[in-house]
Design a protein. Structure first.
Length: 77
């Protein structure tokens, strides 16, 4: 997380999803928060796409993370 959340698009996106997160069961809330924080791996790409497209960029980041995990698991066979 950034020391300056107003300049951090992911922190703003996380905040915009707070009511969704808060309405989840505790176990799901923990997983959701861990999942969305993984987007910091792609912060440069997310920030370069601009504030108007933050949600789309975060979703693409999550899809990429899931695809990487799937590929890792398929390659373990």
């Amino acid at each position: 997380m950034s020391l300056f959340p107003n300049d951090d698009l992911i922190a703003k996106e996380i905040e915009s999803w707070r009511s969704f997160s808060d309405s989840l069961r505790a176990k799901d809330k923990k997983l959701f928060n861990e999942m969305i924080r993984q987007c910091y791996r792609h912060i440069k790409a997310i920030n370069s796409n601009g504030e108007q497209r933050t949600t789309t960029s975060v979703m693409m980041s999550l899809i990429l993370i899931q695809h990487q995990l799937i590929q890792f698991l398929l390659n373990k066979k």
